[in-house]
Design a protein around this ligand. Structure first.
Ligand code: ATP
Ligand code: MG
Length: 327
């Protein structure tokens, strides 16, 4: 049977990139596999967070997981810091990691190059992510394209551990959609859309109001020319917007091209805004019901309990294999 783990950082408001690249797939997977979905707050603090905002973002993210259709009867939904085994195994995985392999991580390079002084946690974060996955003996990890390198590192660390100390870990596989797994920024089609981008116009949040969505899409950069044609090399900006349109409507790029034949950018953007607004509306409505409910607290408490049982089993095996501890 498949076991799935995936996490999202409460480092801002979820974007449609997070939705299209990751979250939309979770809903389908809940009927096919044993699923663990995690709110990775210890990853979020690799960069400074305002404490109150962080708390709020954790709750928002939890409510969104349920609002998109995850059923707490089927999946285990929990907050990473509620399960202390993550940081414990995280340390152990740091000890399996080499400087060189962590230095090669492109996310580390991207995020650190903007900083004057680099927090060590930003560097070691992929080892904690490996721990998140390995604790649940996940066979598959559904993520966006940007996380592929981290899953490969997780595999290397798990194989290295198994080789040194005996077969403890299941080797996980990345699960990346062939299309829509990399949504680009609205203001720059060469960088990935990210919720931690300080420029709010670079992304559409899943909780943006219709007016805001309209405005952001209107402002989105386009390419020279006027055709709606899918060509990621020559027309990166329009191709990104077409990908978003295609993902929300279930249309192929040929169908989208056909649909907008003879139309200009203005008409295309108007219809795109409508599609995004209509797709997010039911999620936003459910979200508003779930966010204030005490049911949400109960789901997270039960989720943490269930996750902990599994995590404790794996960690006990790891410690036994390593030779640490009294028993
Ligand atoms: P941050 O800027 O804080 O890193 P993020 O937007 O990159 O935030 P993460 O919490 O790091 O979000 O990632 C959550 C999930 O969303 C991961 O599976 C990741 O691969 C996926 N994801 C993130 N950005 C995109 C994107 N632009 N397109 C598709 N999938 C994405
Ligand atoms: Mg990220």
């Amino acid at each position: 049977a498949k076991t799935i783990l995936s996490g999202i950082q409460p480092s801002g408001l979820l974007t449609i990139g997070n939705y299209l690249g990751a979250m939309q797939h979770f809903v389908r997977l809940q009927d096919e596999a044993d699923c663990y979905f995690c709110i990775v707050d210890y990853h979020a603090i690799t960069l400074p967070q305002d404490p109150q905002e962080l708390k709020e973002n954790i709750r928002r993210l939890a409510a969104l997981y349920l609002a998109v259709g995850l059923d707490p009867q089927k999946v285990t939904l929990f907050v990473q810091s509620d399960v202390p085994e993550h940081t414990e195994l995280g340390w152990i995985m740091i000890c399996q990691s080499h400087m060189g392999e962590l230095e090669r991580m492109t996310q580390y390079k991207d995020k650190s190059k903007k900083l004057k002084s680099i927090p060590v946690g930003l560097f070691t974060y992929p080892a904690l992510q490996a721990a998140d996955i390995l604790l649940y003996q996940a066979t598959h990890v559904p993520v966006g394209e940007d996380q592929k390198q981290h899953i490969e590192l997780t595999r290397d660390l798990a194989e290295r551990f198994n080789h040194r100390y005996g077969e403890v870990f299941v080797i996980p596989e990345p699960m990346i959609a062939s299309f829509g797994a990399r949504i680009m920024s609205l203001d720059d089609p060469t960088t990935k859309m990210s919720k931690s981008n300080p420029n709010e116009n670079s992304y559409i949040s899943m909780l943006d109001e219709p007016k805001v969505i309209e405005k952001k899409i209107k402002r989105a950069v386009t390419d020279s020319g006027h055709e709606i044609r899918f060509d990621p090399e020559e027309k990166a900006a329009i191709s990104n917007l077409m990908t978003i349109y295609g993902q929300f409507t279930g249309q192929t790029m040929e169908e989208v091209e056909q649909h907008f034949k003879g139309c200009g950018y203005g008409q295309f953007k108007k219809e795109l805004a409508e599609v995004v607004i209509d797709s997010l509306r039911p999620i936003q409505e459910k979200y508003r019901e779930i966010y204030p409910s005490s049911e949400l607290d109960r789901v997270l408490e039960e989720g943490a309990q269930k996750a902990r049982e599994k995590a404790q089993q794996t960690l006990a095996k790891v410690k036994q294999a390593l030779g640490v501890g009294l028993k």
